[in-house]
Write a protein that binds this ligand. Structure first.
Ligand code: BG6
Length: 513
């Protein structure tokens, strides 16, 4: 989409006719709790600006920060300005900024301060009057889950959670959504006491990524892939989210949480659900959720857990040319921390389509490089009419969805090596977003914030999905908690030896993306 000035409205009736046109949010204000945090600065504020720059926010929009800092509206504006300058995806335009920043407000306070929430309520009336935000409010919880109860309670007490027939209230919740099934259920009860389920938007930012939404296009817009998308042809599936960064500066959030809760419970299980689910009747939120819930309900851990899971903690090593410390020497981590920074598990889906096909999920910090991919690895051809030496360098066919970076899809298959013999070797056929499309992809948070403001919940996991994911993960976490320290692995490698052993027991190996 070319940039469109903010004040140029798209006729909503036209939207009805041509679904390719992006919809513009209606009048509203977005309140961010936890506005001084890293997420707000690096992702949320830039995404709000990028949406404004793309003409997708209405003139009647306000951004309201709530935090303890001794800031006034101008200080807050400066913080947003710096965040936008540093992290926004689209170019900085004075006119867009001017218009957007007129709707900035800041409320100082703590979560247990009734008066602060009363001030927030009064502050929200200003843009309603001055900018026509229409009394619609989205509350973004970029705060630790132990603060959810008090903030929900305050929003309820101050009347801020009350919607009327003409106005809406929505709450946006960042992960981690609990630390196990029981705590997730408790949190859901707390939130649902104040906000009905259809006003709750749980963020899993992986679902906002273009490459992740493209899984649905790849599977359900094409005839080519579905016939081979099953245990008849697929040997196994590997889902990898590897990061090269360490955890310096994140101890407060990460120590005691670990890789499985941080990434597998949400991002990787959601990716698995999109790969494994059946075709939804339509892309209406309810239909998508129904199919994801079905597949998550049919997902089991492959047993025994000590042979089919692996966990590790990074030790000092080299990341490229940089010498990096191990987790236990990172600031803020307990010296005897057993928090895992690498986690791998093997799952299976009890369904006609997938019986017998393992789904291997792994994630880790301080690994060889940053890459997220989903690889469907196919069975070998039942018969190869070649001399054995001719196919020694032929591996299994694979379809690899490259989620990031270098977004695209790779198909790996065998091809004849030029020459007089019938030697066959692996080659790759590539689709790359950068080459196929001129538009750059929006950031996940742009898409998700816009969907919240539009009230479109398709890309947000519902309560049942969150609980089913915990149900899958809980036995693994309990098993690990009872089995001492995680294995060590050197920073810059691909994880602990136990992860390699786990695959070797299945006669397989992890990909080296
Ligand atoms: C977050 C995790 O959800 O995703 C982080 O909490 C992780 O630990 C991040 O670094 C990775 O996101 P992305 O979009 O950079 O892959």
């Amino acid at each position: 989409m070319p940039n469109r000035p903010t004040d140029q409205w798209v006729n909503p009736l036209r939207d009805e006719r041509d679904k390719r046109l992006p919809r513009i949010a209606g009048p509203c204000s977005l309140v961010i709790f936890g506005v001084t945090g890293d997420l707000a600065r690096r992702k949320l504020m830039p995404a709000v600006y990028d949406l404004a720059n793309r003409g997708l926010l209405p003139p009647g929009f306000a951004l309201v920060g709530f935090a303890r800092r001794d800031w006034d509206h101008e200080d807050f504006g400066q913080v947003v300005h710096d965040a936008v300058r540093e992290h926004a995806r689209t170019p900085f335009r004075e006119d867009v900024w001017e218009r957007l920043s007129e709707g900035f407000r800041f409320v100082r306070g703590t979560f247990d301060d009734d008066a602060a929430f009363d001030r927030l309520r009064d502050t929200l009336l200003e843009p309603d009057k001055e900018r026509g935000t229409g009394g619609n409010h989205a509350f973004y919880f970029s705060i630790p889950p132990d603060a959810f109860p008090v903030v929900c309670e305050q929003l309820s007490r101050s009347g801020l959670a009350d919607q009327t027939e003409d106005t809406w209230r929505r709450v946006v919740i960042e992960k981690p959504f609990g630390h196990d099934l029981e705590s997730a259920k408790e949190l859901n009860t707390v939130v649902n006491k104040v906000f009905p389920e259809n006003s709750v938007f749980r963020i899993d930012h992986y679902l906002g990524k273009e490459t992740v939404q493209n899984i649905l296009a790849l599977r359900f817009a094409n005839q080519l892939f579905d016939p081979v998308w099953s245990s008849h042809y697929v040997d196994h599936v590997q889902i990898t989210m590897a990061e090269d960064i360490g955890l310096g500066g994140r101890a407060g959030y990460y120590d005691g949480i670990g890789a499985a809760r941080d990434v597998i419970q949400n991002h990787l299980i959601q990716l698995m659900a999109l790969v494994a689910m059946e075709e939804p009747i339509s892309f209406e939120p309810h239909e998508l959720q129904t199919e994801k819930i079905k597949v998550l309900s049919a997902t089991r851990n492959i047993l025994p857990l000590d042979e089919n899971t692996a966990r590790g903690q990074y030790e000092a090593g080299w990341q490229g040319s940089e010498k990096v410390p191990g987790l236990l020497d990172e600031t803020g981590f307990a010296h005897d921390s057993t928090t895992e920074t690498f986690a791998a598990l093997a799952l299976e889906v009890d369904s006609r389509r997938w019986a017998g096909v393992p789904f291997y999920l792994r994630t880790g910090k301080r690994l060889g490089r940053r890459v997220t991919e989903i690889a469907l690895v196919f069975k070998r051809a039942p018969h190869l009419p070649f001399d054995q030496t001719m196919t020694e360098e032929l591996s299994q066919n694979a379809l690899v969805i490259r989620v990031q970076p270098d977004e695209g899809i790779t198909l790996r298959f065998g091809s004849k090596v030029p020459g007089s013999s019938m030697e066959v070797r692996d080659v790759n056929m590539d689709f790359s977003y950068g080459q196929a499309f001129t538009e750059s992809s929006p950031e996940a948070y742009e898409r998700l914030i816009l969907d919240v403001l539009l009230g479109v919940p398709s890309l947000f996991p519902v309560n049942a999905e969150v609980e089913l994911s915990w149900q899958i993960l809980d036995p693994v976490l309990e098993h690990w908690a009872a089995s001492g320290k995680p294995d060590g692995y050197e920073a810059g490698t691909w994880g602990p030896q136990s992860a390699e052993d786990m695959m070797a027991r299945h006669g397989r190996a992890w990909r080296r993306p």
